[in-house]
Structure formats: C-alpha cells, structure tokens
Design a binder for this molecule. Structure first.
Ligand SMILES: CC(C)(COP(=O)(O)OP(=O)(O)OC[C@H]1O[C@@H](n2cnc3c(N)ncnc32)[C@H](O)[C@@H]1OP(=O)(O)O)[C@@H](O)C(=O)NCCC(=O)NCCS
Length: 176
C-alpha cells in the first residue's frame, strides 16, 4: 500500500437520468435520491484512495438550491480533498443537464467524510493525499478547518483544540 497518493487518482464521474420513480409530486428529483447517488460516488472515490472498505462518517453542507427536473441528466463528480489518519474527505459536485434545451447547471456541492475500516469495522490508516493543481491545493488547505468544525459539532473535539477555527470564531487561548 503506498504511503501517499495523488488525489487525482480518486476522481469518479457518475451519470444518472431522473426517472419517474426518482421524483416528488412536483416531478423533481427527491433530495434523498440525490444524497444516495452522492454517497455512492463519494464512497467510490474514498475506496479508490484507500483500497479499503469505507463507511460514511458525515455529510456536510448539502443545500438544495435548484430543483432537478424529471428527464434531466445528472452528473456527479467526486474527488478526495485530503486524508487524515483513517478518515478521508471527499468533495462532490453535481450538475443537472437538460439535453434537448442544451442547458447544464451546477446544482450542488458537498463534502462527505468516510472512514476506512478493516474486516472487523475498526478504523485503519489510509495513504496521505497529495494535492497538485491550484484547485486541489485550495481544497486540501481548507480540509483541516472543515474537519475541526465537523468534529466540534459532532462533540468529538473540544472547541479549545480546534486551532484552525480560532481565527474564524475569535476563540482566545487559556480563557475559561
Ligand atoms: C465512523 C466510525 C468508523 C468511527 O469509529 P470510532 O470508533 O468512533 O473511531 P475513532 O473515534 O477512532 O475515529 C476514527 C475516525 O473517524 C473520524 N470520525 C468519527 N466521527 C466522525 C464524524 N462525525 N465526522 C467526521 N469524521 C468522524 C475521526 O475523526 C477519526 O478520523 P482520523 O482517524 O482520520 O483521525 C464509526 O462511528 C462507525 O462505524 N459509524 C457508522 C458508519 C456507518 O454505518 N455509516 C453509514 C453506512 S456506510
């Protein structure tokens, strides 16, 4: 198993079409169905990075800005941003395309975190992620701040230890 891996090797692109069974009563894609596809495409990216079984630990910042209509083609792109000890953050972008109208828009962006586990479900170490392009480096650099925020919100990290968040929330050190 390599100790380091370029994030570009984890990229996954998945294409789906919105069928009647995927829609709500307004004939738009149901949010739960989209999250299911996001979970799958991101899990594949995390597996490609780690060559391990992965489980979803968290899904952040999913907002539904634009409805996706029946018959649209949905493209989901997932790529690892950064890996820590056993956890891997994956960035997902979603586009909806109306092919007859020749229109394609970016509808969603989200970050999912996966944890690589062994056959007994115990967390296991993953390769370090190497960011190369300007976009990959920006996502890599933001990943530590996002990790600390999600761990504080999940009550898995003491806010006092979230050093990356201090500049955002103005925490002061050694203050009770
Ligand atoms: C995710 C899981 C494996 C973590 O196990 P755990 O015993 O709590 O492990 P640890 O406390 O040692 O944490 C392991 C890693 O998980 C990360 N993690 C735990 N909870 C997290 C959360 N809510 N968000 C993001 N990362 C989280 C930790 O930061 C740690 O990362 P690191 O190793 O890179 O530092 C465990 O909680 C689990 O199995 N959850 C259920 C997963 C699941 O069923 N998903 C849906 C189906 S795939």
């Amino acid at each position: 198993m390599p100790k380091q891996k370029p994030v570009k090797l984890s990229e996954v692109i998945m294409t789906e079409m919105v069928l009647p069974n995927d829609t709500n009563t307004l004939h738009n894609l149901m949010g739960g169905k989209l999250m299911h596809w996001m979970d799958i495409v991101a899990a594949i990216a995390a597996q490609k990075h780690s060559n391990r079984i992965v489980v979803t630990a968290s899904a952040d910042s999913i907002s539904f800005k634009h409805p996706i209509a029946l018959g649209n083609v949905v493209t989901l792109k997932a790529k690892v941003t950064r890996a820590f000890n056993s956890s891997i953050e994956v960035f997902i972008e979603v586009w909806a395309e109306d092919i007859p109208a020749n229109k394609k828009i970016l509808t969603h962006r989200a970050f999912f975190t996966f944890v690589a586990v062994d056959q007994n479900g115990r967390p296991i170490e993953v390769p370090e992620a190497i960011a190369e392009t300007a976009e990959e480096i920006e996502l890599y650099e933001g990943a530590l701040r996002r990790r600390q925020l999600r761990l504080v919100l999940a009550k898995r990290m003491d806010p006092k230890d979230a050093v990356e968040l201090k500049s955002i929330f103005g925490f002061e050190e050694n203050k009770a």
